[in-house]
Design a protein around this ligand. Structure first.
Ligand SMILES: Nc1ncnc2c1ncn2[C@@H]1O[C@H](COP(=O)(O)OP(=O)(O)O)[C@@H](O)[C@H]1O
Ligand code: SF4
Ligand SMILES: [Mg+2]
Length: 362
């Protein structure tokens, strides 16, 4: 499969306003910048469309964010909001045949990924930046033992000899809590449980001590107890390695206690971003509030119903003139249906893209 990505300076037709004309419509001049930080990843104006049968599916729309060195950031939103596609676009892992990607810049660890040669980018992937996916079984090679797969990362990226790689593999398995190394190293992925496979994927991802780990729904396929164990493991390893983590999840319930900052995506756009404790305790975007109210809690819903967000996200093929959340929003005002709000500061390093910004506690 050809994973090279197609870069275009500007993609799409007249389905969306240019940033400048949107600002004119919204009356907001400066784009929200956030607090400057020493960042490992800085994404500016990333958009991704998939072209199918002459139509453009707008998966990611003008997404900008930063991850500081050693910082844990959560990217949350319902399924289909563009979380995975945005991460794959950053790493240039989308199919060039159908994906049209544009960005002002994507700076990772001092490299502009929009300009880096494919060969250079391949060296960074799995070395300075690694990714862990929801389904470890499909990411692991069923024909190679666990030991061979971890060792391969070490020999390829770090140039270790086979015997050095074997020693380091044992250390890595230790680190992710897999006991009985010598037997485990000779096992095949199908002999491991889902939680164990995810531990192996984390060991592989951390083998080269990356500056950034992207964990895409790393616990979604696991039961609640194993989910908590994997989140704890990730939190501990992050501190130990001093690496940054981008945790991608549809479940805003797991970000507390893990992420320093939380970014909320809806329909391809960033709608709220801020310190996790602020976003969770006093969300300023109605969609964030809806996500939080959808989390099952023992102290409410006695009659069994889950308060979820009514309605469905918009069709990603459609042009959206106003706020994409307007058809589902209890706070919508007429302006919401005609003009799209830009991110505006609502506190220190905290922003929301909403005309109303209701101030409701969860
Ligand atoms: N390879 C692809 N080709 C076409 N459309 C895609 C592809 N991958 C994802 N999409 C579409 O892009 C949108 C965003 O998807 P995704 O980033 O996977 O959502 P999330 O990770 O937030 O659940 C969805 O509408 C999805 O159907
Ligand atoms: S801009 Fe309007 S429709 Fe969109 S979230 Fe805010 S209040 Fe709701
Ligand atoms: Mg996803």
């Amino acid at each position: 499969m050809d994973y090279a990505m197609c870069w275009t300076l500007e993609v799409g037709g007249d389905y969306r306003h240019s940033q400048a004309s949107r600002r004119m419509l919204s009356g907001v001049t400066p784009a929200y910048q956030g607090t400057p930080r020493h960042s490992v990843l800085r994404v500016e104006n990333l958009s991704v469309d998939f072209i199918r049968g002459g139509l453009g599916l707008h998966a990611v729309r003008q997404l900008s964010y930063e991850i500081g060195v050693g910082e844990a950031v959560a990217l949350v939103g319902e399924s289909g909001s563009g979380k995975t596609v945005s991460a794959l676009a950053v790493l240039r892992l989308l199919p060039s045949r159908t994906a049209r990607v544009s960005a002002t810049s994507i700076d990772f660890d001092g490299n502009d990924l929009t300009r880096l040669a494919d060969s250079e980018l391949r060296k960074l992937r799995g070395y300075r930046v690694s990714m862990v996916f929801q389904d470890p079984l499909s990411s692991l090679n069923p024909l190679m033992t666990i030991g061979q797969q971890i060792s391969e990362v070490l020999t390829t990226h770090l140039g270790l000899s086979d015997s050095q790689a074997a020693v380091r593999t044992q250390q890595l398995l230790d680190m992710v809590g897999i006991a009985g190394h010598s037997r485990r190293m000779r096992s095949y992925p199908h002999e491991f449980s889902g939680g164990m496979r995810q531990r192996v994927m984390i060991a592989m991802a951390l083998a080269c001590r990356p500056a950034l780990l992207i964990a895409d729904e790393p616990t979604t396929a696991l039961d609640v107890t194993v989910q908590a164990q994997i989140m704890e493991l990730l939190a501990n390893l992050r501190k130990e390695f001093g690496m940054a983590v981008l945790l991608i999840t549809h479940d805003i319930g797991i970000v507390a206690g893990f992420a320093d900052r939380t970014l909320v995506m809806y329909s391809g756009r960033l709608v709220e971003s801020g310190p996790t404790e602020n976003v969770l305790a006093h969300p300023r975007h109605p969609y964030t509030l809806g996500l939080l109210r959808s989390i099952p809690r023992v102290d409410r819903n006695r009659r069994g119903e889950l308060p979820s967000i009514r309605g469905m996200p918009p069709n990603p093929y459609d042009a959206i003139p106003g706020c994409a959340f307007a058809p589902r929003c209890a706070w919508a005002i007429p302006q919401c249906h005609v003009s799209s709000p830009a991110l505006e500061a609502v506190g220190t390093d905290w922003a929301a893209a909403c005309w109303v910004k209701p101030n409701e506690a969860v």
